[in-house]
Design a protein around this ligand. Sequence first.
Ligand code: ZN
Length: 732
Amino acid sequence: MTKDRNIESSINKENDRDESAEGPNIDNQVLEGTYPITPKLTQKPNCNNVPQYPIPDNYIVETEIAERGVKCETKYVSNSKVNYTVAWKEGCAEWSVNSTKSASAVVNLFLKKINWKNSKLSGPRVFGFDIEPLHNIRIQMNPNSIITTKVNKQIRPFEDITSRSQQHKRLKSFGKDVKKTVDELIVKHKLTDSSEQSIIFPHYIEFEYKENQIQIKFKNLDSKIRLDAVVRVCDEALLGRDGYRHLAAVVPSLFREYLVADRRNEINKLINAQIPVEIFNIDQDVNQSNTNNYNSEIINDILVDNNEIGNGAFRSLVTLLKILIPIWKKGENPVIIPGDTLYIKLGGDGRNVGRKQNHVMITFCLLNEGEEVLKPDKQYSICLYIGKETYEILDRVGKIFALQLMDLKQNGIIDEDGNHWPIEFFFSGDWKFLYIIMGLNAPNSNYFCLYCECDIKSRHNMNLSWPPTGNKKGNKKSSIFPVIDLLNYIPDELHTLLRISDILMESLFKDLFRRNDFERNIKEKIEKKMSELNIHFEFYRNNSSRSSWSWTSLMGPDKKKMLQHFPISEFISGVRGIIIENLWKEFYQLYEFMRKPNYTEEEILTFENNAKNWVKTFSQPARGQINTATVILGIYREEDVTPYMHILTMHIPFFMRQLKEKNLAFRLFSTSSIEKKNHCQVQLFFGGTTMGGGKKNKPVVYDILVYENRKIFYLINDIPNEITYKNINICE
Ligand SMILES: [Zn+2]
């Protein structure tokens, strides 16, 4: 038997050498042969475990059997007949034996011929039909060759198997063969690197069986990034747990929902450790020292019931800046470079949730990011609560941040690399938010203005000028964010658009309501014109007083369309109709200018004059003699000039000039991105989804800030929100 082992070892050597060979170069000891289109297979061995191999044509291999160097050859004599030869030398004489029966037959013939005792050897083994690299080379040389597989007639058709475990067993063995074949094909198609290592790895393969999907999994993926990407995409697509569970139920290749939920919780823990989310109650004073104390004593005290009203949550601005600064300053086009001042804009917005309650959001963004801050994702919430937008409540919020804001304003912030960043604060919001934060009166009071002491009676007078020196006459309370300088409260273009177009609509409709035929004619005509502009718009009777009309309140995009295209002169006749129609169009142009990313000094001056002339036309009194042909009717009354018109003409040009010096555009202060953000988060967390994650033991506002924390986790860790797939379609 020792001799047999010699044979074995010499063949193994052959085997090893070929496997370690660098490429499909023909070794002088091997002519690897080719497979015919349908190669003959080696005989079926008695033992089921031994595979059958295809037999190559014109194949020569030199090897060693029984201490002799031999040359084994194959040659097809017909489609189904192969002549096997073994040749060797005895001294100077050359000998050979051949057979068309099988490789084993010729090998045993040879052993008999040299009188080797105890001689039974595997022909396929000696001939090396099982040497995989050679097999692969042949496949490459003749990719048309079909390696026919004999059907095993002894096993039952899959359809006849009813036992699930038997089905499973069958598919498992099928899967193993599929994997093996796929691996061979990867070699055949050379999906490898330069050192012949496979660089393509099958994950799974899917089959359809009747109504069922069968997925054969080849390997457990190290798929943390993919899992993180799924968690991220669910957050961004606002896909809650239930939604994902339903989706995963029909797409077997998706991660199970519990895996996604578990990973989400892990991410929460990781990021919350970096950016703690604190809870407070708006009905209780928040002690300032708690802002730096993260052991969460306040959490246990406050959450005694499930009532969300009064709940608040906040994150430290300092902590957020320390995490975001490295992101802002990295990359080829950093947002900030050492030496820059960080222009931080605080903002606020309230949105209705339920009866008479608001979801109030205090955010910040880095204006140095430029146009990017117009995206809701670039607004970071620092505080949320469920309650009303009142001075008393916001004052408590202000106290949470008072110390750190003051410190940041005075000392700036030092990042992990030791860079010092000075900070300048701004604030922007709609009028209501601004006057509360500034501690001023409502816009209907006599001294209404946020910036000056213009009184309600002088508001229409465009010949006056009102530098922003502050409004001590309207100043009743102290400002909630004292770190913000008067001139850093920037009015908002969005609400300037919304509120002034409200006045334009109201004034137009008031005229039309007086007509006898409003109800039976004009009403329908207006609705029809709006519909032609793709604006859903209706008049309806007021519930409280049946005699007056209300109408659909329009959002920004509809108002823009209406200002540009509504044909007012079809409703108001003569010069007056033309003037009003022009007022609408000109106001739209003023609005467009506020939205420009940049402008020159001259353009600002033109804008200022146009805005003033616009208000003059708007409030133009009647001229000429009444009841004569020369009369020009007045447009609207002086009292109709609103606070927003005052801001538009007297202050916005000033802010544009001031911001231009800091390379900031007025439009960056729009509240539209905060409103969008608030809208999305309210939909998401108050819309009945389980986005917050199943069991509720924390208030919703806490969940929202954790959700925002996760976004920062994705940012820090570069979690992708898309993974590219190459789709190869070979369907006929
Ligand atoms: Zn003013």
